[in-house]
Ligand binder design. Structure first.
Ligand SMILES: *Cc1c(COP(=O)(O)O)cnc(C)c1O
Length: 403
C-alpha cells in the first residue's frame, strides 16, 4: 500500500462503516485487532527539553501533543480514539471527551466565560441538571430563557452561547436547528444531541457549532459507562482541551475504550430500538389509558406519554421494563421526569416547559416488542392508572403522534 491508500479520510464512508472503523485506522499497521488500552498516568522521557516544548505547545495552542502526552490529564491515546471516532460520526473536525455529560457542558461554559462571554441564551426544556447548572449560575454564567423564536432578540454583546436540546429531554420537543443557527448569527449554537445521536441527526450540518453528548446514554449504550463529549471545530476543541487540562474533568481510558466500542454498534442499536419505539407509539396513541403521546418527527428510541392515572403507579407496575432514570441502554427504562430527572427544576419552570406531572419518559431498548408491550400494558392497568378519570378534561383525548 502507498500512503494514499492508508489515508483514512480520502473516501467518504457511510455512518455505519465509520461506526465500526473510525478510530481504528492504524490498528492493522500495529498488528492489532482490538484497540489497545493505555492506562498510563505518566509518560517516561529522558529528553526534558522535548517535554518542555510539548508543554509549551499545548499551553499556547491547545493542540493535541505530538508524541507521548507527558501526563494523563493532558491527553490519552485510548480516549483520543473515541474522540476521533465520534468526530467522524458527527462530521466535525474534532471532539473532546470528558468524565460526564455535565463535565462536558461545564467545560463549554467555562470556555466562553474565560473569554468574558458569560451570558447564555437557552431554550427549555433541557435535561434537568443542565437547566439547574444554567439557572443557578453556579459557574458564574447568566441565562436568559426563551423560545426558539425569541433567541435573536435575547442575544446581547456578552452572549457566549446559545443552547438547545432537540429532541428535548423529556418532552421530545424538536427545534429547527437550521433556523435557530441563522438566528444565532456569530454566537456559537450548542445542540445537545444525546437523544438523536448522529445516526438520526448531525446538527453541525445544519449550522450548529457545538454538539454535546451525554455519552453515558446511547454512545456507551449498555448502561455501564459514564462520559461526555463535545464535537466541534478544531479551534473550539483547543480551548476545551486547555479547560479540561486545567480543571481535570478527564474521561478515564477504560471508559474511553468502552465508549469507542459502543460506537461500533450505535447505528444498529439506534435503528432497532427506534423501530420498536415507533411500534409502541402506534399502540399507545390509540390506548384509552393514555392522554397524549410525544414522539419526534425524526423518530428515535425515546417515547414520552401522559397517562390518565397516576404515573407513579405505572412505574411501580413494570416488571420487564426497568424503573430507572437515564436512557440509551440495551434494556428499556421508564421514569417519571417530575419526580426524578427534572425534579431539580422548579415546579413552575418545569410546567411551563411542558413537563406535565402526568408525563412518563421511556427509553426503548432492544427487547422484543411484544414482550415490552405486554409489560407496559399490564403496568398501565394498575388500579389508579385505569380508565379515564373525572378530573381530566374530556378534550384530553388520544391524538395523533406528534407534538
Ligand atoms: C444525561 C444527560 C445529560 C448529562 O449527562 P451525564 O453524563 O449524566 O453527566 C445531558 N444532556 C442530556 C440530554 C442527558 O440526557
Amino acid at each position: 500500500m502507498d500512503a494514499m491508500d492508508r489515508e483514512p479520510s480520502v473516501t467518504p464512508r457511510a455512518l455505519a462503516t465509520e461506526a465500526v472503523h473510525a478510530g481504528r485506522d492504524d490498528l492493522v499497521g500495529l498488528g492489532l485487532h482490538a484497540p489497545p488500552i493505555d492506562l498510563s498516568t505518566t509518560y517516561p522521557s529522558y529528553d526534558v527539553r522535548a517535554e518542555a516544548a510539548r508543554i509549551d505547545e499545548f499551553a499556547t495552542t491547545g493542540a493535541r501533543p505530538d508524541g507521548p502526552p507527558v501526563y494523563a490529564r493532558l491527553d490519552n491515546p485510548t480516549v483520543a480514539r473515541f474522540e476521533d471516532a465520534l468526530a467522524r460520526l458527527e462530521g466535525t473536525q474534532a471532539a473532546v471527551a470528558f468524565a460526564s455529560g455535565m463535565a462536558a457542558l461545564s467545560a463549554v461554559l467555562l470556555a466562553r466565560a474565560s473569554q468574558g462571554l458569560r451570558h447564555v441564551v437557552a431554550v427549555r426544556p433541557l435535561y434537568g441538571c443542565s437547566d439547574h447548572l444554567l439557572d443557578t449560575g453556579l459557574l458564574g454564567t447568566e441565562v436568559t430563557w426563551t423560545d426558539p423564536a425569541g433567541v435573536a432578540d435575547a442575544i446581547r454583546p456578552d452572549t457566549g452561547l446559545v443552547m438547545v436540546e432537540t429532541p428535548a429531554n423529556p418532552t421530545l420537543a424538536e427545534v429547527d436547528v437550521r433556523a435557530l443557527a441563522h438566528a444565532c448569527g456569530s454566537v456559537p449554537l450548542l445542540v445537545d444531541n444525546t437523544f438523536a445521536t448522529p445516526v438520526l441527526q448531525r446538527p453541525v450540518e445544519e449550522g450548529a457549532r457545538l454538539v454535546l453528548h451525554s455519552a453515558t446514554k446511547y454512545l456507551g449504550g449498555h448502561g455501564d459507562v459514564m462520559g461526555g463529549v463535545v464535537a466541534c471545530d478544531e479551534e473550539f476543541a483547543r480551548t476545551l482541551r486547555q479547560i479540561r487540562f486545567a480543571t481535570g474533568g478527564v474521561l478515564h481510558p477504560l471508559a474511553g475504550y468502552l465508549l469507542h466500542r459502543g460506537l461500533a454498534t450505535l447505528a444498529v442499536r439506534v435503528r432497532a430500538a427506534s423501530a420498536t419505539a415507533a411500534e409502541l407509539v402506534r399502540r399507545l396513541v390509540t390506548d384509552p389509558r393514555v392522554v397524549r403521546v410525544h414522539y419526534p418527527r425524526i423518530g428515535g428510541a425515546m417515547i414520552a406519554f401522559e397517562v390518565y392515572g397516576e404515573p407513579q403507579d405505572v412505574i411501580a407496575g413494570v416488571r420487564l421494563i426497568t424503573p430507572a432514570v437515564s436512557l440509551g441502554s440495551v434494556d428499556t427504562l421508564i421514569q417519571h421526569p417530575a419526580s426524578i430527572s427534572h425534579r431539580i427544576v422548579a415546579e413552575g419552570d418545569r410546567r411551563s416547559a411542558g413537563v406535565s406531572d402526568r408525563l412518563l419518559r421511556m427509553s426503548v431498548g432492544l427487547e422484543d416488542v411484544e414482550d415490552l408491550w405486554r409489560d407496559l400494558t399490564q403496568a398501565l392497568s394498575a388500579p389508579t392508572a385505569g380508565p379515564a378519570r373525572a378530573d381530566v378534561p374530556s378534550a384530553a383525548v388520544p391524538r395523533p403522534v406528534g407534538r
